[in-house]
Design a protein around this ligand. Structure first.
Ligand SMILES: Cc1cc2nc3c(=O)[nH]c(=O)nc-3n(C[C@H](O)[C@H](O)[C@H](O)COP(=O)(O)O)c2cc1C
Length: 576
């Protein structure tokens, strides 16, 4: 029997198994520790594709040589398969020896291999199993293989020790992957529809189809099964099924409500986009169901689009040519190049929920949302905010001119029957959820006694905390014992805060100059900005010389429009 791998001159798989078996027995007899180190090259297939089989062979021979040089003379080094190598280590004094070996291997492999005059970098995923984890050679090998896979899933170019828990999870994943293959046949998948509403009125205009899986053992969350479906390829069949459900829903709703029917939004994964049969499959489903493609929105996550954009662009152009509309999902979390974004046939941007969570309290989040909405507008897209859970969030989004909203504040995901009911209730009530109003209030007052810079800062520290909690932004001006302040936020909150301010013993003669609904916030990045112009002059034109007797705030406030223009001119143009 051949026990030498002819390409690399290392031991082959058969010789390795025998050596492993013998080492296990020796270590059991001597009471010493042994270990198996398994090394799998990352991306070998693509090296082979690029450099041909000869190039691949050169690489394998070079790697074999490096591993042989690294190992002690007594250690067995073998090539187990295409790009898989193994080392049996005996008399291991401490695990640190093994981690040191793994790191030496990584360093040795990283030095590029020269193939056809080109420097090709190589990395590997390494799994280490100690003798005690199993006492049978084949089992040890299986554990090592699972550990290499875990290192690979963690991104490659890394090593891991065998971990029984990780192994258990891997087994569960295999179970799930198997279950997923059968899920459609067994009728275990079911669609839910989360309504998407107009930001101001709360009126349902669309719904995102969300997939649920109910195998015998209960429900498994999409966060768990979608990545497995992607990895196993099951997502192709499941994706086609989901698209069919979306088409059926569209047709059903159109029959019920004609043009008032909600559009249907459906997720498409990167694996589906890479599938050359995708557009044909969708075309056939559209034909089959008679659904209107213009009422179907395909959601594609931002991060997956930017990888190999030209290929994706061809697919998206074809889908969009069929009349389907395209949305970019989770926008803001990836790193889209803006010029590429403009090239894509995207109709809708979905602002990621992570920016919505804090929008009522964080200037940073507001700034991001404001920029994204501005960007979408400039590119002629519609904006949908995801994950909206509170009235404050809705208020902010309306203030920035966001078109549509999706989230628990309006609706959780519904069954098809519940969605029909929600639509009927909406039609019956005829009334729409009133928009939460953005409000502003501008007042002037006089300090009871002049305030030092430190005193003013002290006052501001407290108010900034209060205002951040209440979702209030604005600006406070102080000049020669006079105050002018603008507050912006939800109506009730603004009025409540103003009541507190009014009774403060620090000032008197509090006079409201104007108040009312605001179209948008003027001060987005500050919970309260202070401009003390007593000593330091503001940036911009200095009117001091022109008017030796400058107007006080209460004089400016004689004309509310001038007063408003004066204070809103303080909007900071530099962010901190
Ligand atoms: C000119 C001025 C501006 C104020 N601005 C705010 C504000 O924006 N938000 C707030 O919650 N309170 C504001 N306050 C109120 C005080 O921070 C706070 O209600 C008050 O100081 C309560 O404490 P006191 O009884 O020690 O004055 C302001 C008070 C003054 C005098």
């Amino acid at each position: 029997m051949n026990t030498i791998d002819t390409l690399t001159r290392l031991a082959d798989r058969q010789a390795f198994r025998e050596g492993l078996h013998a080492a296990l027995q020796r270590s059991a007899r001597a009471g010493t520790q042994m270990a198996l180190v398994l090394i799998n090259l990352d991306g070998f297939q693509s090296i082979n594709d690029q450099h041909g089989q000869d190039g691949g062979d050169t690489l394998l021979r070079e790697i074999a040589q490096r591993l042989q040089n690294l190992a002690r003379a007594s250690e067995l080094v073998a090539r187990l398969g295409a790009d898989e190598f193994g080392i049996v280590c005996e008399q291991v004094a401490a695990p640190a020896m093994l981690s040191a070996l793994a790191e030496r291997i990584q360093t040795a492999l990283r030095a590029p291999v020269v193939i056809g005059g080109e420097q090709v970098p190589v990395t590997a995923s390494i799994g280490i199993v100690c003798g005690g984890d199993a006492d049978v050679a084949d089992e040890l090998l299986r554990y090592a293989t699972a550990t290499v896979q875990a290192a690979r899933s963690a991104g490659g170019d890394s090593w891991q020790f065998f971990n029984p828990q990780v192994h258990q999870r891997a087994l569960q994943r295999m179970d799930l992957a198997h279950g997923l293959q059968l899920a459609l046949e067994r009728d275990e998948m079911s669609p839910r529809f989360q309504p998407i509403v107009e930001a101001g009125s709360g009126h349902i205009v669309g719904a995102e189809l969300l997939l649920r899986w109910f195998p015998q053992q209960g429900e498994i969350s999409p966060a768990e099964f979608i990545p497995i479906a992607e990895a196993s390829g099951a997502v192709i069949a499941i994706g086609a099924w989901v698209f069919r459900q979306a088409c059926l829903a569209e047709r059903d709703w159109h029959q019920r409500w004609n043009d008032a029917a909600p559009y249907v939004s459906v997720n498409v994964s990167v694996r589906q986009l890479d599938d050359p049969g995708l557009a044909d499959s969708f075309e056939a489903i559209l034909r089959d169901t008679g659904a209107d493609p213009r009422r179907l929105l395909l959601e594609i996550t931002e991060s997956m689009l930017m990888d190999d954009i030209d290929a994706k662009l061809r697919v998206l152009d074809r889908l969009s040519g069929m009349g389907l509309r395209i949305a970019m999902d989770d926008f803001g979390t990836g790193y889209s190049s803006l010029s590429q974004l403009a090239r894509l046939p995207v109709d809708v941007l979905k602002i990621d929920r992570s920016f919505i969570v804090d929008i009522a309290n964080s200037g940073e989040s507001r700034a991001v949302v404001e920029v994204v909405i501005g960007l979408g507008r400039a590119l002629g897209m519609k904006l949908v905010a995801e994950g909206v859970e509170t009235a404050d969030q809705q208020l902010e989004l309306c203030g920035y001119g966001c078109d549509l909203i999706q989230g628990y504040y309006f609706y959780k995901p519904l069954t098809a029957a519940q969605l029909v009911k929600a639509m009927e209730e909406q039609a019956a009530s005829g009334e729409q959820v009133p928009a939460n109003e953005l409000y502003f209030l501008l007042y002037v007052s006089e300090a009871v006694a002049p305030l030092s810079g430190a005193k003013l800062e002290q006052l501001l520290t407290r108010t900034r905390v209060n205002n951040a909690n209440a979702g209030i932004t604005g600006c406070l001006l102080y000049e020669d014992g006079h105050f002018m302040q603008i507050l912006e936020g939800e109506r009730g909150r603004v009025q409540e805060t103003f009541e507190r301010i009014r009774v403060s013993a620090l000032h008197t003669g509090v006079r409201v100059v104007m108040q009312g609904p605001a179209r948008r916030r003027m001060f987005t990045h500050w919970s309260m900005l202070l401009v003390d112009s007593t000593a330091a002059r503001r940036h911009g034109p200095d009117f001091k010389d022109w008017r030796p007797d400058p107007m006080r705030f209460d004089e400016i406030a004689r004309d509310a429009r001038v007063c408003y223009a004066f204070i809103t001119a303080c909007v900071p143009d530099v962010k901190h």
